[in-house]
Design a protein around this ligand. Structure first.
Ligand code: MG
Length: 259
C-alpha cells in the first residue's frame, strides 16, 4: 500500500533526511586511504545516535533465513554494488571507490541516502562512472513529478547511462519510504516513459541508481549480504530520499556531492 504523507509528516521526514544526509557529509571528510569501513561505520552510528536517531540498517533482517545486517552503513567497495558489511579489517586503498549507504529513523520517520566516494586519486574511468551515476540520479529526481509515472523515473536513469556503455542493476530497486524504510512502490532504475504507476503529491521515495561499468548481472557474496557484479566490473550507487510535492520534487537528504 502506498501512503501519501501529510504536510506535517513531510516536515518530520525532513528531519530524518537531514540527519541521514549529515552522515554522508561526515563520510565525505572521513573517506581516505588507510581508514577502515568499520571506522566509517562508528562515525555514522555516533552521529545518528547523537541526534536521537536509530540506525535503520542495523539488525535489519528482510527474511527469516537471513542474518541481521550488523552495520549502520553499507560499505561497498569497487565491484561490490550494495549491502557491503563494514569491518575494522577492511581498509580503504588509494584508487578504490566506496559506496556508503545509510539510513536513520528519527522520531519514527526514516531517511535513506547513499554516495559513492573516490578514495584518494582514482582512475578517469572510475570518476566517469561516479559522475554518470550521480547525473542519472539527478535526472531521475527531476522526473519525480506528480502526474509522471514510475516509468519516467526509470527511463531517466536507463536512457542516460546505457548509451554511455554502462549497465543498470535490475535486481535491486529504489523504494517508497516513510515510517518504514522500505514501503511500496518499488522504484526501478529502468523503464519506459509514461508506463507504470502514476506519481502523486505526498509520495516519498528513495531513488537509488546502481550502475555498473559493464555487465548488469549481480550475485550475492558468501556473507549472505554483499551484492557484487558477476563480471567483476566496478559499480556505483547514489541515493536520495525525495518527496513528491505539488510544486515538484524536494530532496530530503541534502548532502553535497564531492563532484
Ligand atoms: Mg534505499
Amino acid at each position: 500500500m502506498i501512503t501519501l504523507k501529510k504536510r506535517e509528516e513531510i516536515e518530520l521526514m525532513r528531519i530524518a533526511g537531514r540527519v541521514t544526509a549529515e552522515v554522508l557529509e561526515i563520510m565525505r571528510e572521513a573517506v581516505r586511504p588507510g581508514i577502515s569501513t568499520g571506522e566509517l561505520d562508528c562515525l555514522a552510528e555516533e552521529h545518528i545516535r547523537a541526534n536521537n536517531g536509530i540506525p535503520a540498517f542495523k539488525n535489519y533482517r528482510p527474511a527469516s533465513n537471513m542474518t541481521p545486517f550488523p552495520g549502520t552503513i553499507c560499505a561497498s567497495i569497487n565491484d561490490e554494488v550494495v549491502h557491503g558489511i563494514p569491518k575494522q579489517s577492511r581498509i580503504l586503498e588509494e584508487g578504490d571507490i566506496i559506496s556508503v549507504d545509510v539510513g536513520a529513523y528519527v522520531n519514527g520517520w526514516c531517511g535513506d541516502a547513499a554516495c559513492t566516494y573516490p578514495v584518494g586519486t582514482i582512475s578517469p574511468e572510475r570518476m566517469a562512472l561516479l559522475k554518470a551515476t550521480e547525473e542519472s540520479l539527478n535526472r531521475a529526481i527531476a522526473a519525480a513529478i506528480a502526474g509522471n509515472t514510475l516509468g519516467d523515473i526509470g527511463q531517466a536513469v536507463e536512457s542516460y547511462v546505457v548509451p554511455l556503455g554502462y549497465g543498470v542493476v535490475r535486481d535491486y530497486t529504489g523504494h517508497g519510504i516513510g515510517k518504514k524504510m522500505h514501503e511500496a512502490p518499488q522504484i526501478p532504475n529502468y523503464g519506459k516513459a509514461g508506463q507504470g504507476m502514476t506519481l502523486k503529491a505526498g509520495m516519498t521515495i528513495a531513488i537509488e541508481p546502481m550502475i555498473t561499468a559493464r555487465g548488469e548481472a549481480v550475485r550475492t557474496g558468501s556473507n549472505g549480504w554483499t551484492v557484487l557484479t558477476v563480471d567483476g566490473s566496478d559499480a556505483a550507487h547514489f541515493e536520495r530520499t525525495v518527496a513528491i510535492l505539488e510544486d515538484g520534487p524536494e530532496v530530503m537528504t541534502k548532502w553535497q556531492s564531492f563532484l
